[in-house]
Structure formats: C-alpha cells, structure tokens
Design a protein. Sequence first.
Length: 80
Amino acid sequence: MIPIRTCIACRGRAPQTELIRLVRRGDAVIDATNPRLPGRGAYLHEDCLGLAAQRRAVHRAFGPGSVLSLSGGSNDDGRI
C-alpha cells in the first residue's frame, strides 16, 4: 500500500511517489531526493511550486525565516 500525502500548496492528496518531499535543514528548506533524510518534512506537487510561493505555503509549513532552496541544499539560486 502506497502512503497518501497532502500537497502544502493545493492541499490535494496524492500518492507519496508523485510528490516532492521538502525537508527543513536549519533555516533552509531543501528538495529531499533521499526519502530518509531527517528533519521536518512536507510534500509538494512539482506543478504547484508557483502556487506554494503565492500562498506562502513553505513559510506556513516550516515557519517564518525558512528559505526554499531548489538546488538540493545550496542557497545560490532557486530561492522562494
């Protein structure tokens, strides 16, 4: 049985395999390609990235001061 997770942007439910897992590491929120990466986690549809920024879903899920880094951990680019 595949776990069902909720997208933090659109609030839609989907199988865990169809969503991107985001993990808070310090003040940064990174795309967790490793599903066992420890830390506070949330799930997001790939298509809902813009909606997440518009609704401030990352800040709601991880708290104020959280910066989303789409580059897998570095904060050079891909910030929201």
